[in-house]
Design a protein around this ligand. Structure first.
Ligand code: PLP
Length: 467
């Protein structure tokens, strides 16, 4: 060890001394003492390692204390925390899919902070059913006889197939061997459910006769999986739900449709592609249909099963139903979200996913132009800023072909790369998720609430001033 190294090591401040500093004692009021102590040790250690590896780092007690404060603050930052979604992808699975309505948020807080009617029947003073909170609403909104909700739609698929076709055969078209993402594949779920999958037809075409020829005494289920996250186009043919229902009735085999997206009101009048609603499947006579709660429905993560009373009653009693059941916070959010649908105009206004999906291109354009002005006012000549037409996406494996017209804001910083600007937005506080395209950073106001647009502008001002 050289003399210099020894001198530097001796100059390192002691942990105890550092902890007595005003700034670090003040931090210990809000941050647990053990976290502050660890952060101070880590800050000193990192300088010590630099010295031992032969560097000659510049340091003093202030710089080490600042590093410790940064480390301690970072450790207290929640890992699961809000971000600002400027991508224009509305149901962004990695960013938590749907944000909840004000009503749903209030319901979660009320139920989570108090004892509740979760499984308590106020009228009789006896044990109630947790399904009761959403069943009537789902039935009213879809025309189903009975309904229940589980942890997510993947759980609904597992429960429906296990409940109706375990140790039997389930017939599904080769064109519907869907992978939903995160390696969730229909054939794998079937295997877990104990049903034997019988594939019929070809990838692009399946005929009613393909199903009929596959029916045997062992058949327990006819399964239709909605291609919610892809489209087979061109020379294609699928069997309609009505025809499948008629075939099921003829052979006394139940029909289950995994519909995916969860559309409760017709979105076609708002320029979005025709997606089947849950009601349309119930009206077609399906025995049971399942959808996600947090895709186009705009509620919390959940899987909704709706259909014939005898089938739903059977699924409610299945042992898996207990393992897959919903938590009270989710139930509260789901009930509040569903209640908004009783007035469709209100649902479109107050459920963020529906509001963002149906905001007119003119409104988004107005917000984009304001964002451009605000960014220029806040950042001076630090970047070229422009508005231009583009498309937003529904995301979340929903409405895959829908181009939702939008106006984006593009930024080309003059003194840094687009990649550096994108990462500065992502790594700062708040976390802002933007896209890069053609060497520019892109913001889509469609997924930005007005107060979030202001936060983005404030953060861009910081970045432009070199913070
Ligand atoms: C999204 C989707 C699922 C999975 O739903 P989760 O709620 O994410 O579990 C299953 N089937 C289809 C057709 C889907 O689109």
């Amino acid at each position: 060890m050289t003399m210099d190294t020894q001198k530097l090591l001796r100059a390192l401040p002691k942990t105890d001394e550092l902890l007595r500093r005003d700034d670090l004692s003040a931090l210990a009021v809000t941050v647990p003492r053990a976290v502050v102590t660890d952060a101070v040790r880590d800050a000193v250690d990192s300088v010590r390692e630099a010295i031992l590896s032969g560097e000659a780092p510049a340091f003093d007690a202030d710089s080490i204390a600042n590093d410790a404060i940064a480390r301690a603050t970072d450790r207290m930052l929640p890992s699961l925390r809000p971000v600002i979604n400027a991508t224009g992808i509305i149901v962004h699975t990695n960013l938590g899919r749907s944000r909840l309505s004000e009503d749903a948020l209030r319901a979660v807080v009320e139920v989570a902070g108090n004892y509740s009617t979760l499984e308590y029947d106020v009228a009789t003073g006896e044990r109630g059913s947790r399904h009761a909170h959403v069943e009537r609403l789902i039935c009213e909104l879809t025309g189903a006889e009975a309904a229940m909700a589980v942890n997510n739609n993947a759980a609904a698929v597992l429960l429906a197939i296990a409940g109706l076709a375990a140790r039997k055969e389930a017939i599904v078209s080769r064109g519907q061997q869907v992978e939903i993402g995160g390696s969730f594949r229909i054939p794998d779920v079937m295997r877990q459910s104990g049903a034997k999958m019988v594939e019929v037809g070809a990838t692009n075409k399946t005929h009613l006769a393909d199903y009929e020829n596959a029916i045997t005494p062992k058949t327990g289920l006819l399964l239709k999986v909605h291609s919610s996250n892809f489209r087979v186009v061109g020379f294609t043919e699928t069997v309609s739900l009505e025809d499948l229902v008629a075939l099921g009735a003829k052979h006394a085999v139940p029909v289950y449709e995994d519909q995916g997206s969860g559309v409760l009101i017709d979105l076609a009048p708002y320029g979005l592609p025709d997606e089947p609603t849950v009601r349309s499947s119930i009206e077609a006579g399906v025995d049971v249909v399942s959808v996600s709660g947090d895709k186009l429905l705009g509620g919390p993560q959940a899987g909704i099963l709706a259909g014939k009373k005898a089938v739903i009653d059977r699924l409610k009693k299945h042992p898996l139903a207990r393992a897959l059941r919903l938590d009270k916070m989710t139930l509260a959010a789901l009930e509040a979200t569903l209640r908004l649908y009783l007035d469709p105009a209100r649902a479109l206004r107050e459920i963020p996913t529906l509001r963002m999906l149906t905001e007119t291109p003119e409104c988004v354009a107005t917000r984009a132009l304001k964002l451009v002005d605000d960014i220029i006012a806040a950042t001076g000549d630090a970047m070229w800023v422009a508005a231009m037409p583009d498309v937003s996406r529904a995301g979340g494996g929903a409405l895959p072909l829908a181009d939702i017209p939008t106006t984006i804001v593009t930024m080309s910083p003059r003194t840094m790369s687009a990649n550096d600007l994108e990462s500065a937005l992502r790594l700062g506080n708040p976390t802002i998720v933007a896209r890069i395209r053609d060497g520019r950073v892109v913001l889509d106001p469609r997924t930005l609430a007005p107060h979030e647009a202001d936060l983005v502008v404030a953060r861009l001002a910081e970045i432009a001033s070199g913070e």
